[in-house]
Design a protein around this ligand. Structure first.
Ligand code: MLT
Length: 347
């Protein structure tokens, strides 16, 4: 479907370690209409830097549309988007629902607790039954890594990964890149530090891939129990204390401990974790004066981030949510074959 002529398998990088930055060179950037978009959005790993930039540019148009009194465009009129959420979600699910509706698509959301999964149906059977109703786009969140890729291989509808286990969360990384670009003018050359449960976080993984492809320098900080053994292979600088990681940072991204995926504290209490790794005003003083603070949510105030920092002038946490809607509109639009140079057009 859509404008895509690309076989997504041909865009796959050999491995994550080779996802080196291209420095965001404007000189070599093709025009938006010359960039093809894959048929599914399963992860950042399979996106090229130009495709990431295409999403960000398209999302900028949708941000502008979202600021109008009438926020709806007819681009996906007659298309059906089904959101299959097998894990709890507030932001992501609402964001995909509103994104689809603002594009005039018919949107249906199904959550695990109200689906036949509770009666023992497999993911494939659920998907096949939904497919029999001929949706155009399936958005899936699932606790198992690889669930979105599995659906993409078995379904003819375009598939969007809204988070698969500890693997990838591509729309989060794209909205984070848009937020950084809007705040700082660029992503290339910035020093971004990601602090928290790196080992169990799909947000960390997708962000590392995305930020490096856009030319940022990425550092991660976590206690050893929350740091993956292969972290350095992702091309990041690894720290086991927060302070040296924060020094000179342009962007500070804080992450929740993913207890539901086995993220365990190696300290006696959350208060102790906050003492060692929590982002306080004082610690933020180690970063650059104009550093921004990000968090994908849900936040645990007083565990990974102090309330005054979360609500402070350098926080762009709610901007991330606003940008998330624009990015998801862009993704649905591009997957449905929308023309990136005319977002008001019918797909
Ligand atoms: C996620 O879905 O991974 C969230 O956006 C981050 C979290 O759950 O902590």
């Amino acid at each position: 479907m859509g404008v895509t002529t690309m076989d997504p398998t041909t865009t796959t990088l050999p491995d994550d370690a080779t996802a080196a930055s291209d420095g965001g060179s404007a000189a070599s950037e093709p025009a938006a209409e010359d960039v093809t978009f894959p048929e599914n959005l399963v992860g950042i790993r399979t996106l090229e830097a130009d495709q990431i930039r295409l999403v960000l540019d398209t999302a900028e148009h949708f941000r502008a549309i979202s600021e109008r009194p009438i926020k709806k465009v007819p681009a996906l009129r007659g298309k059906t988007v089904v959101n299959l959420f097998f894990e709890p979600s507030t932001r992501t699910r609402t964001s995909f629902e509103i994104a689809g509706k603002r594009l005039s698509a018919d949107v249906q959301s199904i959550s695990a607790s109200t689906s036949s999964v509770v009666k023992g149906e497999t993911l494939l059977d659920t998907a096949r039954n939904i497919e029999a109703m001929l949706p155009d786009i399936l958005v899936i969140r699932h606790a198992s890594a690889g669930a979105a890729d599995f659906l993409a291989k078995h379904c003819s509808a375009a598939v969007v990964n809204a988070g698969d286990g500890a693997h990838e969360h591509p729309t989060q990384a794209l909205l984070d890149a848009l937020t950084i670009q809007r705040s700082k003018g660029t992503v290339a050359g910035l020093r971004v530090v990601i602090v928290g449960d790196i080992g169990h976080s799909r947000v960390a993984r997708s962000n590392i891939l995305c930020l490096r492809k856009l030319g940022a320098e990425v550092a991660v900080a976590a206690p050893p129990t929350l740091m993956p053994a292969e972290a350095e292979a992702l091309g990041v600088t690894v720290h086991h204390r927060i302070e040296p990681a924060l020094e000179g940072a342009d962007v500070v991204m804080m992450l929740r401990i993913q207890v539901e995926r086995g993220g365990k504290l190696n300290v006696p209490s959350t208060a102790e974790y906050f003492k060692l790794f929590g982002l306080t005003e004082r610690r933020l003083g180690l970063a650059r004066d104009d550093a921004i603070v990000m968090h994908p949510g849900p936040m645990n105030r007083g565990v990974e981030i102090a309330s005054d920092v979360a609500d402070g002038p350098r926080s762009v946490i709610l901007e991330q949510v606003t940008n998330g809607l624009a990015v998801r509109m862009a993704i649905l639009y591009l997957l449905a074959g929308g023309n990136p140079t005319n977002v008001e057009s019918t797909a």
